[in-house]
Design a protein around this ligand. Structure first.
Ligand SMILES: [Zn+2]
Length: 342
């Protein structure tokens, strides 16, 4: 029984996307959020950390403070996004759900601490308010961090399911080499981080090991979803992954056209990839630029550093480096084509 008297029976169902940055989680959450009764909220972890403090743009294009949906969610959950509420969430996250807390979170089961209980109560309140305000029965959170996912997995009031979103680490490392201007920044001087290939590979491996621990021992229904499978067979991949976590979505539930184009409605996803602002008809295309553009040495370094998991995730066959079916090799880069989302 939670502090507000709710039971597990009226818990909010949440699909938590885990994984490493630039692995396609924004695309996954937008696709899942297009299913009837599902809603995507972006990277909720950044709400108290950066989005509200800096009034960053919501996926709907409005500033966070001007978005009617997030304003109402804050009112329902806390009577408003006050600085006290935001500071409490930040503090609890630092004290209970950072990377170094993961072993304890996996060991402790239902044991808790004041900070963890506070974090769980606040996340339960946010998820419940999202469901109430949007009318959705499933909330998709693309926060990605394994420790935060495991922290909220134990909460009364949250029925958590986990999808481990995986992408070939050579594609991920190459993506981190390319510069992207943060979309909320109008000056064009605030760039998203860049990470050297060897460091991206080491961090990718570390994070994927943590995700494997969460999915195997975390106690939540879990499945793995490969980015490459999604862009090659969107309907089949969504059907398989959602069935595996007990929340089956059928191909006919998705706004898919016969030609493979998906009609994405605007969403209120926070933080994450600039593609969160795109809506309308979207042609999915595998971004396999790394296979032709990535220099030999950093590619070999990433391959060597990630080899055990490359095998485990079936990324060692040649087909993982090829573009998806029906895609021209001279397709324009995603950033310059609003109808292509990667
Ligand atoms: Zn919005």
């Amino acid at each position: 029984m939670a502090s507000d008297g709710r039971t597990a029976d009226d818990a909010t169902t949440v699909v938590y996307l885990g994984g490493f940055g630039r692995s396609g989680s924004t695309l996954v959450e937008r696709v899942l959020g297009s299913a009837p009764g599902w809603v995507n909220v972006g990277e909720l972890v950044d709400l108290a950390r950066t989005v509200a403090p800096h009034d960053e743009l919501c996926g709907c294009g409005r500033a966070f403070s001007a978005c009617p949906v997030w304003t109402e969610i804050g009112e329902v959950a806390f009577g408003g996004w006050t600085e006290d509420v935001l500071a409490r969430i930040r503090s609890a996250h630092r004290a209970a759900a950072r990377q170094r807390h993961l072993p304890g979170l996996l060991r402790s089961g239902r044991m808790t601490s004041p900070a963890l209980a506070s974090l769980q109560d606040d996340y339960a309140a946010i998820y419940r308010a999202v469901a109430e305000v949007t009318g959705a029965r499933v909330v998709v959170d693309a926060s990605k961090g394994p420790a935060l996912g495991q922290a909220v997995a134990g909460a009364t009031g949250i029925d958590l399911r986990v999808l481990n979103v995986v992408r070939d680490p050579r594609a991920v490392a190459w993506s981190w080499q390319r510069e992207v201007v943060r979309p909320h920044d109008v000056s064009g001087t605030d760039h998203m981080w860049r990470i050297p290939a060897h460091r991206a590979a080491a961090q990718w491996s570390g994070l994927q090991v943590e995700m494997e621990l969460v999915t195997r021992f975390g106690g939540s229904p879990s499945a793995r979803l490969r980015y490459e499978d999604l862009v090659s067979d969107l309907a089949g991949t969504v059907e398989t992954a959602t069935a595996a976590i007990g929340l089956p979505v059928r191909a006919s539930d998705l706004p898919l056209r016969d030609d493979g184009v998906i009609d994405l409605a605007p969403s209120h996803g926070l933080s994450g990839n600039p593609s969160r602002f795109r809506s309308g008809p979207v042609q999915l295309r595998r971004d396999a630029a790394w296979a032709t553009e990535m220099p030999r040495v950093p590619r070999a370094v990433v391959t060597a550093l990630t080899l055990p998991l490359l095998h485990a995730y079936d990324y060692t066959s040649d087909r993982s480096a090829r573009p998806g079916p029906g895609v021209a090799h001279d397709a324009p880069p995603a950033a310059s084509d609003r109808r292509i989302l990667t």
